[in-house]
Design a protein around this ligand. Sequence first.
Ligand code: 1PR
Length: 538
Amino acid sequence: MLFLLDYGGGNVASLANSLRQLGHEFRWIDTPADFSEATSLVFPGVGAFESAIQHLTRRGLLEPLRDYIRSGKPYFGICIGLQVLFQSSDESPSLGLGIIPCPIERFSDEDKAVPHIGWNSAELLDANEPAFYYFVHSYCAKYNPEKYPEAAEWVHATTQYGQELFASAVRKGNVFATQFHPEKSGDAGLALLDKWLREPDAVHASPTVPRVAPAPKAKDGLTKRIIACMDVRANDAGDLVVTKGDQYDVREKDPAAAVTTAGAVRNLGKPVALAARYYAAGADELCLLNITSFRHSPLHDQPMLAVVRAAAERLFVPLTIGGGIKDTVDPDGTPRSALEVASAYFRAGADKVSIGSEAVYAVERLRARGGVLDGTSAIETIAHAYGRQAVVVSIDPRRVQVDADYAGPYVDEVVRGADGGAWWYQCTVSGGRESRPLSVVQLAKGVDALGAGEILLNSIDRDGTGLGFDFDLLTLVKRSVRIPVVASSGAGKAAHFVDAFTQTGVEAALAAGIFHREEVGIGEVKDVLRAAGINVRR
Ligand code: 1PR
C-alpha cells in the first residue's frame, strides 16, 4: 500500500490530487504503526525544515520514518522530503535524518533573488533530455563533491541557480527524492511521479554515477514565468465570476456600448474554467484574487475555498490565492487568525497565499516599532509555518504627482519623467480605496524584512489600460529588495513582456485582461519571449 506522510505544513493536497489524477490509491500515515503497513512512501513538503522536524518529532513519526527508510522499502521525498534526508539545515537548529552526510544551506542572494521560485531545468540521470520542473525554496543541498564526496554519490540531478549548483534530485537504493515539486510541474512532473509509482520496487541498487556539470555555466536554467491572474468576486446575481477592472473599477462604464449591462460587474467567465484554459495554454502559474474580501470573509463559508479546491484538483502548476488573508472573525463570533485562513487555503490546494492590505498595516506597525520584528504579523506567522516562499505580498500602488522642486518625505523615491512630470508611488489598501502614508519602497523593504517570499507588484494607474507595465515602478521596487518580483498591470501585447524582463529584471510577469479577452495567448507571449532570447518553459 502506498502511504503519504503529511507533516502538517505546506500543500499536500496537490500531491494527493496528482496521485488521484494518475489513478493511484493511497492512505495517509496517521500513527507510527502505519509505517509497517506501507510498502511505499511519499513524503511531500513545502518550506520550513524546522516545522517539519518538530512536527514529526511531536507526533512520534521521526524515528519510524528513519527506520522505514533504512528498511529498504521505497521512499520518494519531495522538497522538505528531500531535505530531511540530510544532516542539518541552516534554516533550523534541529538535525535532519543524517542519511546523506551533508548540510542543507541557504542560497546566496548576492547574484540573485532568494527564494528560488520558478521553473528550472534538471537532467535526471535516466532521462534523455533535461526537463523543466517547478522549484520553490531558499535552502538547498549545494553540489560540492570535493567537500562532500559521499553526498555527491547520491546526486541524481543537479540544477543551477545563479552561479550555484545544487542537488535537484538524489537517488540511491530505495530512496528517490526531488527538490522540485513533480506534483506542480505539469506533464513532466506527473510523468516522473507516475513512473516511480508504477515501479517503486525497481529500486536502483547500483550506485548512481554522478553525471553533473563540473562547474556552473555562464547562465542558469531558470525560466521567466508567465502568470495568468483571475480577479474573482460575486456579481450582482451573487455568482462568483472572474471580473476585470480598468484602474480597479470593475463595473461596465460605457452605457452606449453595453446598454443592458451598464454599471454591472464585468463578467469574463467562471474561475475554474478559465484557470483550466490557462493551464492547458502553458501558464507557469495561476493566481486567483478574491477582490472583495475586505467586506466580509467568513472562513466557515468561504466560496473561494471551493474554487481553489476545484482548480487544484485538475491543474498541476502552482496556485496563488489572495484576498482576505488576515485575522478575521466569522459571523458566529469565532475568531480566525490569518494563519488559520491561510492554512485553510493550503489544505484546499493553494501553494502560496497573497497578502494585500494586511501587509501594509504590518509594515506600518513595524516602522512604528523602529523596525523590530515581533513575530505577530500574518506574513511572519505564515512564513514561519509554511516557509517564506509560500507568502506573496500583493502591492497596489498609485502614482502621486508632485512639483518638480518637491522636497518632501519621499524625495529619494521621486521618479522624474521625460516630460518634466515627477511622482512617487503611494501604497493603498482595500483594493485602492484608501491611500496610506507609506511609499511602495517602504512597503517592499518592510515586507522583505518581515519574511515575505515574493512581491506581486500591481499598478492602479496601469491596471487594464494595455499601455504596458510601469517600468519606473518595477525598477524602483526590484532594486529595493532581494526577493523575486512579479510585474503586474498594463500588459497589452506580447512585446510588453519582453520589455518588462529586459528592462527591469523581474522574475515573472502577470496579465489578466488580454488573456481573458483572448487578445493575446500565453503561447504567443512565450514565442515572442523565446524569439527575444528569453528563457521560458515550453
Ligand atoms: O487586501 O489582502 O484582501 O487582497 C485583495 C487583493 O485583491 C489584492 O491582491 C488586490 O490587488 C486585489 N484587488 C482588490 N481590488 C481589486 C480591483 O481590481 N478592484 N484587483 C483588486 C487587483 C490587479 C491585478 C490585475 C492586474 C493585471 N487586480 O490582479 O490582475 O492589474 O491586469 P491587466 O493585465 O488586465 O492590466 P487583501
